[in-house]
Design a protein around this ligand. Structure first.
Ligand SMILES: Nc1ncnc2c1ncn2[C@@H]1O[C@H](COP(=O)(O)OP(=O)(O)O)[C@@H](O)[C@H]1O
Ligand SMILES: [Mg+2]
Length: 348
């Protein structure tokens, strides 16, 4: 899977200063402990290869003409296709915004996609699972405004309903995080059903929302595992920068692990390219590379690099409020349309 580590154009190699293949895997108890029983990469390879691959000797030897039964099974389950050309996903949707790299646009995407979905009339809950609390402050919620946070929900089984705060955007709510959440990684280790704390909490409020968007910290520790166990889908922001695809192999291994042990429904459904700079070849290279590897997941809407997007959080506002006519606001609205794909709002 080395191919996910970097843009594959040979002429980029000199610039990439690629670390050696034997680069140590991040020391992470969950990932390490379970990395052995992972199934082979067959599934991943299958997703990457196109169906048009010509038959090989091996294919002939099986003498199975066509996997017709699979096609039939698929077609019976096909949901209606939405404006994006993809099947409409049923609400409610629970999406973990994950990428163990920091600074790739997880929080920016959580906050602004959340706000734009709320603008479309959906009820949206942003769950801040990063001890940095950037989604919380970025939505205008200050520490002094609330008593309980996601720490209490996960460690003390405090009702999630009680920590949810309304934001300045109608239909957009946030379950805030504070620095004490960082203690969860250590404190939770010895606790019963430690990976399923968030899942239980979200189940208790899910009827109130169309979208629950979970902003993960930049690691693959227990907090992110809780998010992946609770979610149905994973949204991965990828920054159009050097080493964009580095770490994706490890992230996918973690997703597989969670899928096989905790959450069989989990799916990497959505990839959002962020901080795209049309003036650089690098951005275009990353875009082409990601599109080649993840044709079904990558969103057609690409988030540009704009200063306004980076200014909005210090005003405690999503971009749609801070500068409604800016390029960033327009693009996140477009992304919200693409992601929601015309899904009918739920009653109530
Ligand atoms: N499209 C963008 N254009 C310009 N700056 C951005 C953009 N997206 C994110 N940023 C800025 O980049 C930094 C990292 O983004 P952030 O969303 O916090 O990443 P993460 O949550 O993955 O760590 C922040 O300062 C943010 O304001
Ligand atoms: Mg963040």
């Amino acid at each position: 899977m080395a191919l996910f580590r970097r843009p594959s154009r040979p002429e980029d190699k000199a610039d990439m200063q690629q670390p050696p293949e034997s680069e140590p895997v991040q020391a992470d108890a969950e990932v390490d402990a379970a990395s052995t029983p992972l199934p082979s990469d067959v599934e991943e390879e299958a997703a990457v290869d196109t169906e048009e691959t010509p038959m090989t000797e091996a294919d002939h030897s099986t003498s199975q003409p066509e996997p017709a039964s699979e096609l039939v099974e698929d077609s019976t389950a096909t949901p209606p296709v939405g404006p994006s050309g993809k099947p409409v996903r049923e609400l409610p949707r629970i999406m973990a915004v994950a990428n163990q790299k920091g600074g790739v646009g997880k929080t920016t995407t959580t906050v602004n996609l959340g706000a734009a979905l709320a603008e479309l009339g959906y009820r949206v809950l942003v769950v801040d699972l990063d001890p940095q609390g950037n989604a919380t402050t970025g939505l205008g919620i200050e520490r002094r405004n609330f008593e309980y946070s996601m720490y209490d929900v996960i460690m003390k089984e405090h009702p999630l309903e009680d920590v949810v705060e309304a934001t300045s955007v109608r239909g957009l709510f946030v379950a805030p995080a504070t620095l004490d959440l960082s203690g969860v990684e250590i404190e939770l280790v010895s606790m019963f059903s430690r990976e399923l704390r968030l899942k239980r909490a979200i189940e208790s409020v899910i009827d109130d929302y169309d979208f629950v968007i979970i902003d993960c910290p930049p690691s693959l520790g227990l907090i992110t595992i809780n998010a992946l166990a609770a979610a149905k889908e994973v949204l991965v922001p990828i920054q159009c920068e050097y080493y964009a695809l580095e770490g994706l192999t490890q992230l996918r291994a973690t997703l597989k692990l969670v899928a096989s042990n905790l959450n069989p429904e989990l799916e990497l459904s959505t990839i959002v390219l962020t901080m795209f700079d049309s003036r650089t070849n690098l951005s275009t290279d990353v875009k082409n590379d990601v599109t080649e590897h993840f044709p079904d997941q990558v969103c057609a809407t690409i988030i540009p690099r704009t200063v306004r997007l980076s200014e909005a959080p210090s005003f405690g506002q999503p971009i749609t409020v801070f500068d409604p006519n800016s390029k960033g606001a327009k693009t996140y609205r477009k992304l919200a349309k693409e992601v929601s794909n015309g899904a009918p709002k739920r009653a109530g």
